[in-house]
Design a protein around this ligand. Structure first.
Ligand code: ADP
Ligand code: MG
Length: 369
């Protein structure tokens, strides 16, 4: 039981918003889609819910075909999908209760059943007492809860959320992330959420699909994607990271030995032949500074940001940039060690060659975990 997408293609003029996308999303799981701005995330959601028609490809939910090429297209109202938009899109002239009931009236549910269902959703989304309020009388979080209640009212099995929490303040966003994940799981819903916030994807999702330039470039569990990304795009999307070039020089038991800036590091990653150029993924949390005499990397400190619990330091070593944390102000030069157990390498080229993520507007994606 799943949502299967095969060969999904959508073009706008010369731009491929979706370029032959194939993806299987298991039922009852929360799936996140992350990717730089313009990578096709919204286009994919719109094709699934039927707001946009694919140029080519097949979308099937269980044994119901939503679309097959140009020969079959099921209109959105017959797909039974709950959609939650970024801007809430509540009807301003309707109360909370009327907003939640809207889709049920369209479906001609009897009034008594509508009333009961609205009550259920007010309880489920912690909106008790707000039945008669209008959207302009609600806080951001209450608006978002109402939008989710409205989407869930007709009891869809599939819910799509497009950047739905991004306009909320950080504390509220964190609360709703946990709450919505628990809610989706308890209702055994299949949810697909588009987000540009790596923490949101890590907290909420069972699986994360990374999109770039109309392609799905990887699908992984949150932990695999964070710790063992297969490309620069995937690594950078999931949080702050230093990517250093290295060369495979041999193997040591089941580890690959990599020459990294003149140091030989044994790294647990798939076997690669000596001479293979690799990109080494170094999260700030994989770096440490110790008083021991063991050789480390001499890092010239360039920038320091105080983040409350720790200092985030940007430094240079051997022509490469390194991000690491310190619990004290840094000296001009620090000797930094890597926890080799937490490093990861992938061959340079491959998915990487699809282009590093560039759009300026998304640099804010790089946040400390
Ligand atoms: P994302 O949600 O990942 O930011 P979108 O799916 O919105 O990306 O867009 C993917 C690409 O398709 C972008 O290059 C965007 O400019 C283009 N695109 C999306 N919708 C339209 C449209 N209605 N008309 C023309 N181009 C569009
Ligand atoms: Mg979008």
């Amino acid at each position: 039981m799943s949502l299967t997408i095969s060969g999904a293609t959508k073009r706008y003029g010369d731009v491929y918003a979706l370029n032959n996308v194939s993806l299987t999303l298991e039922e009852g799981q929360v799936h996140a889609i992350v990717g730089p701005s313009g990578s096709g995330k919204t286009s994919l959601l719109q094709a699934i819910c039927g707001l946009e028609r694919l140029d080519d490809g097949v979308i099937r939910w269980h044994n119901v075909e939503f679309q097959r090429g140009q020969s079959h297209y099921l209109p959105p109202e017959r797909r039974e999908i709950g959609m939650v938009f970024q801007d809430f899109a509540l009807f301003p002239h309707l109360t909370v209760g009327q907003n939640i009931a809207f889709g049920l009236g369209v479906r001609k549910w009897p009034a008594s059943r509508v009333k009961q269902r609205v009550e259920e959703l007010l309880t489920l989304l912690h909106l008790e007492g707000l039945h008669d309020r209008f959207p302009h009388e609600l806080s951001g979080g209450q608006k978002q809860r109402t939008a989710v209640a409205r989407a869930l009212a007709p009891d869809p099995r599939l819910v799509l959320l497009d950047e739905s929490l991004s306009s909320l303040d950080a504390a509220l966003r964190r609360t709703l992330q946990h709450e919505l994940r628990d809610l989706f799981k308890s209702l055994n819903l299949t949810a697909i959420l588009v987000t540009h916030d790596p923490t949101e994807a890590l907290v909420m999702a069972d699986n994360i699909a990374v999109m770039n330039q109309g392609h799905v470039i990887s699908v992984d569990s949150p932990q695999t994607l964070y710790e063992r990304p297969q490309s620069a795009i995937a690594a950078e999307l999931m949080g702050m990271v230093s990517l250093w070039p290295g060369v495979v020089v041999g193997t040591h038991r089941d580890q690959v030995v990599v020459d990294l800036g003149g140091h030989h590091m044994a790294i647990r990653c798939p076997a690669m032949a000596p001479g293979t150029p690799v990109t080494t993924v170094i999260r700030p949390s994989s770096c440490y500074v110790s008083a021991s005499q063991e050789p480390g990397f001499e890092v010239t400190v360039e920038q320091v940001r105080y983040l409350g619990d720790y200092f985030l330091v940007t430094g240079r070593a051997g022509g490469e940039t390194l991000y690491f944390y310190l619990n004290r102000p840094p000296k001009d030069i620090e000797t930094v060690h890597f926890d080799a157990e937490r490093l990861w390498c992938y061959p340079t080229g491959g998915a990487e060659s699809q282009g590093r993520r560039a759009p300026e507007g998304e640099q804010s994606l790089i946040v400390a975990p």
